[in-house]
Structures are given as structure tokens and as C-alpha cells.
Design a protein around this ligand. Structure first.
Ligand SMILES: NC(=O)c1ccc[n+]([C@@H]2O[C@H](COP(=O)([O-])OP(=O)(O)OC[C@H]3O[C@@H](n4cnc5c(N)ncnc54)[C@H](O)[C@@H]3O)[C@@H](O)[C@H]2O)c1
Ligand SMILES: O=P([O-])([O-])O[C@@H]1[C@@H](O)[C@H](O)[C@@H](O)[C@H](O)[C@@H]1O
Length: 541
């Protein structure tokens, strides 16, 4: 049921909930609590984090003990001027997200066969979805607010965009090459994008498919890692920041999928060894890792939107040493996003999933790059591990080490272009020897699904640069002074297929849990408890 204006400062949707209209004033809401203090520059909150500690007693039985930890969070309210630099800016995703932000910034409307279309941010969890703020006391109605309004976040319209590409094509021509957007929209952004030209990038041929060589006409000298490359990329970031008067820059890899790098002791296992390996031009150091190192040293958050193992152990250690943010891997845009929701539902419904067959074909340049086995292998890994946590959490259905069959196939079919076809079959055992077969045909317009994720990743990563905490927790999180979250931003996992997590911490792929973590961490920053959906107020009356 479409929402309709209820005459007040909001909308009543079909479920009787209410969504406050964003932008009706600078602060859509304030929190009325002795634990939350607003100043012009900061929001400070005291938050009681409630968990349940479990341990086995002498009889081998689990004993569950409620545990409370008090955290002090601080949010800097000033957003500042933010830049987004994309590696692979001239690709399908890079050109599409750039055109999309320009179209939104200018409020563009364009003609299509189905009628007029207006710029929007659909598919962005921050710009296109809401979270529950609470329940209206006088009516009992659920009050929902735009996700983007829960904390002071940068608006994508305000992002200053730049980046690198091994292809020197200007963004207007590259947008035509990508063949993603309607001509009537392209025509309205063509002039602005024609003035955008990617910076030359580093190109180490062995890491991406040989079929990409023809594009590589905008490259820096040297076909192996070097500190000169690191310093050039660092200078590019500094220059971009200075030329645009930016307060900070967030960098994202949306360049082609690379082959995995071999993890070698003495080469990329520690921060020092990695820096030495770069300095000596070791052939196992990938371009994406060189970009990561440059960003870490420049303290620019770096996010890997592709599946390769960019963050070798040495890169993670370097980020921890410098307190720089990194995140990845591989945008979770279509087939895998659906899988991480559907498998979560099936297994948590007690349905024993026994096999998943995931096939897809696509015809864009990414597909061509993935037609090479080594690059496909990177993607196969990231697409295959996405159900592991859900299976491992259900020891009723699955014995130790038991898991569904899982096959991932990707084929390059030029004819379909960016309109990727995903065909999935989920086969499961149900009650009394029965079976359930779910077959799905999902046409994912790859870049139109990935572009909003690029925006969410940048906005959340930037937000995390303005959140700090201190705690007298008595555990590893204890800190007397305010400090940032761990360098590995696992809070980004909702947008990623293979979430990178701080060393030794579990990977969560279940989509609902990932969204819950993002929502509730942001709620904690303003002193609000997690939304439990218990709604006791509606069940105990
Ligand atoms: N739905 C999606 O589109 C989606 C989902 C998940 C992951 N991804 C990943 O995002 C990446 C980009 O996807 P795409 O469809 O935009 O691909 P694309 O091939 O259209 O764009 C990649 C761009 O990267 C450039 N490039 C390659 N190596 C480079 C380097 N070393 N430095 C700078 N630029 C370089 C290429 O010239 C190209 O313009 C791929 O790795 C893909 O697997 C995409
Ligand atoms: O996100 P998702 O739809 O599961 O996975 C997609 C793959 O199916 C596709 O082959 C690839 O080109 C995209 O980059 C993306 O990784």
C-alpha cells in the first residue's frame, strides 16, 4: 500500500506505521535522556551494552549469565566536505554511480519507454530505507525515520567524486561504453561527465584477465609494485583533497577482480614485510594491495568492492598500526544478497537446505574479466562462503562439518550486457522425508544494484571516522580515552559478500543480522537500545 500524507509532518504507511518526512528540519529528532548530551559539535551518549555470557558448568551444562558493559560514545556532528575516489572510475559501476549522483544532485527527470523517471537512491539502505525510532506514546503507532537521518551523515549529493582508471576514456565516453543508463539521462549529464578524466593508475597485467589489456592506455610506468607507486597514489589523494578543499577522502576499489595473491611468509604476512616487498617489487603484491597501503599511510579509508584478497595479513597489520580504516570484500548486490536472506530464512525456519546451485551469466566487462579462470576463482570464493555462518549456527539440522552442496557458475554472455541473469535452485529436506525446491530467476542490472552500495559504503565509512568510544569494560575494548572502532570496519558487512572482520572475530553473512548490527550500533551512538521487535506493549495488554 503506497504511503500517503497524513496531513502532519509525516506519512502513514499500510501497516499503520508512520515515517517522519526527512529534511523537514535539520535535526529530525532528538533523544530525551539523561544519558545523551548534545553540544554544537558533538553528541555524547552513555550506553549500556547488554549481552549474555555463556559457559559450561561442572555438569557440562551451559550456564547463561546476563552481562552489562557501559560504553561512552561520541559523535562529531560536523560532516565536513567529503571526497569519494574510485579505483576503476571509468568502469560500469564507476560511471553509473557518478551519473546517478549528478542526476540526484540536479533533480533530473528523463523520458523512457515506460514514461518519465526521476533520479532516486533506491537500493541504498541509507537513502532508501527507514529504521524504527520508537512508538508514539499517544497513539501506539510505530515511528520510522529515514536511515540516513539517524546520525549526522554526509549526503551523497555532496560527495566530490574522482578516481583512477587504467583506461583514459573520459567519464562521458566511458558511460556510453558501459551501456547501463538511458540515453535521455546520459544526454543530461554528458557535458559534466565529459570533463571528468580518470587519473592514470598502476597496471600489473598478471593480476587481471589478459582480455583487459586493450583498455590499459592510462597507466603509470612500472608493471610491479614499488614505493614510487605508493607515493604517487598518496600524492594523488592529497592533491585531490587540496584541489577540492576536502576535509577527508574515502577510496573504493571498483576496478576489475584480481586473482588471489599467494600469502607468503616474509613477503605479505606482516606490515614490515609487505612494505619491504613493495619496495623490492615483489610480483605477488597486487595493485589493489598497493592502493590499500597508500590509503592506509594517507589515513584515507579504503574499501574493496571486489572479491580478491587485497587485505593480505600485512595490510591488515599496517592498518591497525596506523589506525586507518579498511573494509571489504566484494559488493553484495544481487544473487548473493538474495541468497544471504533466503538461506537465513530457510535454516532459521528449521528447513534443512541440502543444496544450492547458483548460476549466472552477464555480458559486461566484469563478466569478460571473470571469464578468465583465476579471476573467476576469486569471485567463486566470495560467492560460496556466504552461507557458512548460518549453517554453523544450526546444530539441530547440521552435524559438525556438515553443509549443503553449493555450486557457483558464472558465464560471460556479451548479449545481455550489464543485465546479469541469476538462476538459483535451493533444494531442501522438510517434514517426514519431504522436499522443497525453490527455483529463482533474478535479472540483476549489475551496476544499478552496485552503485547504491558504493554510496552506502562511502557514507558509513565516513561516519565511522567521526565516531569514537571509551569504556571501563575490563575487557579488550577497555579504553580510558576516546578512540575509534577497530581498523577493520566489519560494520560494512551488509553491503559486502565476504565481510572482512578484525582478526579472530566471527564472520556474519546473514543479511538481517548485518542490517541489525548497522542499525543498532548507530542507535547506540545516540544512547538508544537495540530495536528488539518484542513490542511487549502490544502483547501484555
Ligand atoms: N553488481 C556489480 O556490478 C558488482 C557486484 C559485486 C562486485 N563487483 C565488482 O566490482 C568491480 C567493478 O565492476 P564493474 O562492473 O564496474 O567492472 P568494469 O570492468 O566495468 O570496471 C572496472 C574498471 O576498472 C578498471 N581497472 C582495472 N584495473 C585497474 C587498476 N589497476 N587501476 C584502476 N582501474 C583499473 C577497468 O579499466 C574498468 O574501467 C568488479 O571487480 C566486480 O567484480 C561488481
Ligand atoms: O552480487 P552477486 O549478484 O551475488 O554477484 C555478482 C556476480 O554474480 C556477477 O557474476 C559479477 O559480475 C558481479 O560482480 C557480482 O559479483
Amino acid at each position: 500500500m503506497a504511503p500517503h500524507a497524513n496531513g502532519e509532518d509525516g506519512y502513514t504507511n499500510g501497516s499503520g506505521g508512520s515515517t517522519a518526512v526527512a529534511g523537514s528540519n535539520k535535526d529530525l529528532f532528538t533523544v530525551n535522556s539523561p544519558n545523551v548530551v548534545y553540544t554544537d559539535s558533538e553528541i555524547k551518549s552513555k550506553y549500556v551494552y547488554r549481552t549474555t555470557s555463556v559457559a559450561k558448568n561442572g555438569d557440562g551444562k551451559w550456564v547463561a549469565t546476563p552481562k552489562e558493559t557501559v560504553y561512552d560514545f561520541k559523535v562529531e556532528r560536523k560532516v565536513g566536505k567529503v571526497g569519494m575516489m574510485l579505483v576503476g572510475w571509468g568502469g560500469n559501476n564507476g560511471t553509473t554511480v557518478t551519473a546517478g549522483i549528478i542526476a540526484n544532485r540536479r533533480g533530473l527527470v528523463w523520458d523512457t519507454r515506460e514514461g518519465k523517471r526521476a533520479a532516486n537512491y533506491y537500493g541504498s539502505v541509507l537513502m532508501g530505507s527507514t529504521i524504527k525510532l520508537g512508538t508514539e506514546a499517544k497513539t501506539g503507532k510505530e515511528i520510522n525515520i529515514p536511515f540516513h537521518d539517524v546520525l549526522p551523515m554526509v549526503h551523497p549529493n555532496d560527495l566530490v567524486i574522482g578516481g583512477w582508471d587504467i583506461s583514459g576514456m573520459n567519464l562521458a565516453d566511458a558511460m556510453d561504453r558501459a551501456a547501463v543508463l538511458e540515453p535521455t539521462l546520459k544526454a543530461q549529464v554528458q557535458k559534466e561527465m565529459a570533463g571528468m578524466k580518470p587519473l592514470p593508475s598502476i597496471y600489473y597485467p598478471d593480476f587481471i584477465a589478459a582480455n583487459q589489456e586493450d583498455r590499459a592506455d592510462n597507466i603509470l610506468e612500472g608493471s610491479k609494485a614499488s614505493m614510487a607507486h605508493v607515493e604517487k597514489l598518496r600524492k594523488d589523494i592529497r592533491d585531490f583533497k587540496a584541489e577540492n578543499g576536502l576535509d577527508k577522502v574515502i577510496v573504493q576499489w571498483t576496478a576489475n577482480t584480481e586473482r588471489y595473491a599467494e600469502i607468503i611468509n616474509g613477503v605479505n604476512d606482516t606490515a614490515d614485510n609487505l612494505l619491504e616487498a613493495i619496495g623490492s617489487g615483489h610480483e605477488e603484491v597486487a595493485p589493489s594491495t598497493v592502493f590499500a597501503v597508500a590509503c592506509i599511510l594517507e589515513n584515507a579509508p579504503f574499501i574493496n568492492g571486489s572479491p580478491q584478497n587485497t587485505f593480505v595479513p600485512g595490510a591488515i597489520e599496517l592498518a591497525e598500526k596506523h589506525g586507518s580504516f579498511i573494509g571489504g570484500d566484494d559488493f553484495k548486490s544481487g544473487q548473493t544478497k538474495m541468497k544471504s536472506a533466503l538461506v537465513d530464512f530457510m535454516i532459521n525456519a528449521g528447513i534443512k537446505l541440502t543444496s544450492i546451485a547458483s548460476y549466472n551469466h552477464l555480458g559486461n566487462n566484469d563478466g569478460m574479466n571473470l571469464s578468465s579462470q583465476k579471476q573467476f576463482r576469486s569471485k567463486e570464493i566470495s560467492k560460496s562462503n556466504v552461507v557458512d555462518d548460518m549453517v554453523a549456527a544450526n546444530n539441530v539440522l547440521y552435524k559438525e562439518g556438515e553443509h549443503p552442496d553449493h555450486t557457483v557458475v558464472i558465464k560471460y554472455m556479451p548479449a545481455v550486457g550489464d543485465n546479469k541473469r541469476a538462476l538459483d535452485e535451493y533444494y531442501a529436506e522438510i517434514f517426514m522425508g519431504g522436499h522443497q525446491t525453490i527455483s529463482m530467476f533474478n535479472v540483476c542490472e549489475d551496476s544499478l544494484l552496485a552503485s547504491p552500495l558504493i554510496i552506502d559504503l562511502v557514507v558509513v565509512a565516513e561516519m565511522m571516522t567521526r565516531i569514537s568510544y571509551k569504556a571501563d569494560s575490563g575487557d579488550a575494548t577497555a579504553s580510558k580515552e576516546y578512540k575509534g572502532f577497530h581498523s577493520v570496519l566489519s560494520i560494512l558487512s551488509y553491503m559486502l559478500k565476504a565481510p572482512l572482520t578484525p582478526p579472530g572475530t566471527p564472520v556474519v553473512n546473514a543479511l538481517a543480522k548485518q542490517r541489525g548490527a548497522l542499525t543498532n550500533i548507530f542507535r547506540a551512538c545516540i544512547g538508544l537500545q537495540p530495536e528488539s521487535d518484542m513490542t511487549l506493549e502490544h502483547k501484555l495488554i
